[in-house]
Ligand binder design. Structure first.
Ligand SMILES: *Cc1c(COP(=O)(O)O)cnc(C)c1O
Length: 346
């Protein structure tokens, strides 16, 4: 089975498992796990921040960032399709008493023009606007890379207006290899940055949240509160280390694979690729009603050996990653052609 549902389905490679087996460990709640300490220092350095802290998931790094930047009754700005707003159970409201102000962007891209006027006046009727959140690459935006010049403008505006800025960089390494800009450059406009090791980088789990030392100290306290303090965590930190050493440059191959899938989808008039050629490893396309629903299309693809995700009643998402070879991409393209050219089975 060729699994294109997400880049989270990647399994640790044999060499990654060997690195995990050899990892030196300690109790990271009592004092320190040396392998985790090395990962956190390295992540802080590559993101150009003072410090970084490891957590089990990107949801936790995002939610703790929001909690540390804001107080109950504060509001943050984000685009209406972002992960923080759509896929984290409104944890910012449930756990931290925060309000989201969503702004409609284009494929997840917010410009200064979209944002201006969105900060609340200071008076006793209203919540305080405290933080701007952005997402790079943008998941629901078909893996779109945020144009860095717009990011810089928006973050300058936010800082000039007294806001903090947070980047959900679950796939920031994809953005980096796609643009040739370093993850440090992409992170520079933000006060805090979250990155995932469990997506295209292929580690079994884990994310890091980076920022100032003071910010990370507060995040460490919040991580314990949220149940995210971990003991001999070097076992998984070593997988993330391995991923940083071996799985970053190869993301260009995943991006080439997504473009190939998109070209195949583009052969059919009733299928429409969202946002043009994919910039990174995510492809979203719409199914014309003449063929049927996205769910039906996904079922037919699965019968042909390809798992995908029906992302909405009319759209399918495919994500390329290190567990899918170029040969398997050829097979997936053939499966798309077979499904698209045939009436769906009864
Ligand atoms: C996957 C993802 C996350 C984090 O998800 P977890 O499953 O909690 O690790 C955050 N933001 C974006 C954009 C993502 O795609």
């Amino acid at each position: 089975m060729i699994d294109l549902r997400s880049d989270t389905v990647t399994r640790p490679t044999t060499l990654m498992r060997e690195a995990m087996y050899r990892a030196e460990v300690g109790d990271d709640v009592i004092d320190v796990d040396p392998t985790l300490d090395a990962l956190q220092c390295r992540t802080a350095e590559i993101l150009g921040k003072e410090a970084a802290i490891f957590m089990p998931s990107g949801t936790m790094t995002n939610q703790i960032a929001l909690r540390v930047h804001c107080k109950p009754g504060d509001e943050f700005l984000c685009d209406s399709d972002c992960h923080i707003y759509n896929y984290e159970q409104g944890a910012f409201a449930q756990l931290s008493g925060l309000v989201a102000k969503t702004i409609q962007g284009k494929q997840g891209v917010l410009t200064l023009e979209d944002l201006s006027g969105s900060i609340r006046p200071l008076n006793e009727h209203m919540v305080h606007t405290r933080l701007l959140c952005m997402e790079n690459t943008h998941n629901r935006g078909s893996g779109k890379v945020q144009p860095q010049a717009e990011v810089v403008r928006a973050c300058h505006w936010a800082h000039d207006s007294g806001l903090q800025t947070h980047l959900d960089g679950a796939r920031l390494f994809n953005a980096s290899v796609a643009t040739g800009l370093s993850v440090k450059e992409l992170s520079e406009p933000f006060d805090s940055v979250s990155v995932c090791f469990s997506k295209g980088l292929g580690a079994p789990l884990g994310s890091c949240l980076a920022g100032t030392k003071e910010f990370v100290a507060k995040a460490r306290r919040a991580r314990k509160l949220f149940g995210g303090g971990m003991r001999q965590v070097g076992v998984v930190a070593s997988a993330a280390m391995y991923a940083l050493d071996h799985h970053v440059e190869r993301l260009t191959l995943d991006h080439a694979h997504a473009k190939r899938l998109a070209r195949t989808v583009g052969e059919f008039d009733f299928l429409k690729v969202m946002g043009g050629e994919p910039e990174t490893n995510i492809l979203i396309f719409h199914i014309g009603p003449t063929w049927g629903t996205a769910h039906e299309f996904a079922v037919e693809l699965e019968k042909n050996g390809v798992k995908t995700m029906a992302f909405s009643p009319i759209s399918i998402r495919m994500v390329t990653h290190l567990d899918v070879s170029s040969d398997q991409i050829d097979q997936a393209c053939e499966a798309i052609r077979r499904v698209a050219t045939r009436a769906k089975s009864a």
